[in-house]
Design a protein around this ligand. Structure first.
Ligand SMILES: [Zn+2]
Length: 423
């Protein structure tokens, strides 16, 4: 009896302890659940960079729907999604790409319609009265749409929105914050197409080399449509100082610095009364014909091509062509440290200004590779802009100075496609 009573007592004690443990377990589970539920608010629920294809697909698809009023095309969607997944771009890059795309710009939205898209696309809500009237006031006071876009993209609300999809929001340069004067590029609605090609030969030998025929077709098309070439210095002056640009401005650019640009492109471009901007890889520019280098950075991938020498660069500079930087050795600057990028920007600037004079203050990112670190080195190195190698015509009302967009011209590019970029 005594034994049974003691035993019963033990069982009851154990039962009480178990009940306590179960209660503790449920409280802990509830706490974990609540914590996980509010994690997105603190932007730590997922890695800083996107790693889920379905989330990233949903993120990009929204921009097609909200900004362009359509479903994504397969190629465009894959391009954005892959770039987000391989961490080469951020949410801000996508936002900037859509808002500055020729498709969106061509909608010619009113300030009201523009702001409605901003709230819907970046905050997933309609405007609140106070915020809306603040932004409208800034636009009416002459601040640029890039300034407004940067305000939305750099906000905590957009950062939290991106975090829901596991995407780092990044940030956007607000540009000068000022409008290009109304007389600038009046016939194109402020759009300045910038075309980008590489080597130019009588017959193209690979995709990144265009034929002299295609260059002639591009120049002929521009001439027929009334376009006039400008330089990046002209563009800067227009944006910052109100310089008046031609009614239909265009910039022609060529990357790397091939001898074929001097042999073939130079006379063709001049024959139309046009000028061109050369982005040269300064470490591959020899001093004389006996010191001529080749495209070492393409070795194993593309045919060997001779590079320019300084006397040829100087001859084109003397004819009014603009000489700018493509780095010193064609490295992927987006993969390098701030200090390494700074060194390349400074050395290439010194080489160009020391050899042919003029002002070197723009870099075309080799391999279209750039990063937050490389972009932040621009100002310290005395540069005003970096240029990308990606689709789209530039809208001067909304310039991303770290990666100004260009229109690639390659062997397979049709003149119809080139024409489609001309407002
Ligand atoms: Zn290049």
């Amino acid at each position: 009896m005594v034994y049974i009573s003691l035993y019963k007592n033990k069982i009851e004690k154990r039962s009480v302890i178990m009940k306590g443990k179960i209660k503790y377990f449920f409280v802990l589970a509830l706490a974990v659940f609540v914590f996980v539920s509010i994690l997105p608010v603190f932007n730590v629920s997922k890695p800083l960079f996107a790693d889920s294809t379905s989330d990233v697909n949903a993120f990009v698809t929204r921009f097609y729907q909200q900004c362009l009023d359509r479903q994504p095309d397969a190629g465009g969607l894959a391009g954005w999604v892959n770039a987000l997944l391989n961490h080469s771009i951020s949410g801000a890059t996508v936002a900037n790409g859509f808002i500055n795309s020729i498709e969106f710009v061509n909608k010619n939205l009113s300030n009201d319609a523009y702001l409605q898209v901003m709230y819907r696309a970046f905050f997933d809500r309609g405007p609140d009265p106070q915020g809306y009237s603040d932004w409208m006031g800034q636009l009416n006071a002459g601040n640029s749409r890039q300034y407004v876009l940067a305000g939305f993209v750099n906000s905590t609300e957009f950062r939290n929105f991106c975090a829901k999809f596991g995407i780092d929001s990044g940030s956007l340069n607000c540009g000068s914050g000022a409008n290009v004067s109304s007389s600038t590029a009046a016939s194109t609605g402020g759009v300045v197409p910038i075309f980008a090609f590489h080597s130019v030969m009588p017959g193209s030998g690979y995709e990144y080399e265009i034929s002299t025929g295609l260059l002639n077709e591009l120049c002929s098309l521009l001439k027929q449509r009334g376009y006039q070439t400008i330089s990046f210095q002209d563009l800067f002056a227009a944006v910052n100082g109100g310089k008046t640009l031609p009614l239909k401005p265009v910039i022609l650019t060529t990357d790397d610095g091939y001898q074929s640009v001097y042999q073939y492109a130079f006379p063709i471009v001049q024959s139309y009364g046009f000028r061109m901007t050369l982005f040269i890889t300064t470490g591959l520019i020899g001093s004389s014909d006996g010191d001529r280098r080749t495209n070492l950075f393409d070795a194993g991938s593309y045919p060997t091509r001779a590079m320019l020498i300084w006397p040829e660069v100087a001859a084109m500079a003397a004819a009014g062509f603009e000489i700018q930087s493509h780095g010193t050795d064609h490295s992927r600057l987006g993969s390098m440290s701030y200090d390494q990028v700074l060194a390349q920007l400074q050395a290439s600037k010194a080489a160009i200004q020391g050899s042919v004079g003029g002002v070197c203050n723009v870099v075309a990112w080799p391999f279209n590779s750039f990063s937050a670190a490389s972009v932040s080195a621009l100002t310290a190195a005395g540069y005003g802009a970096g240029v990308a190698y990606s689709d789209g015509a530039l809208n001067t009302r909304a310039i991303n100075w770290g990666a100004i967009q260009r229109i690639p011209v390659q062997a397979s590019t049709s003149t119809d496609l080139l024409a489609s970029y001309l407002p």
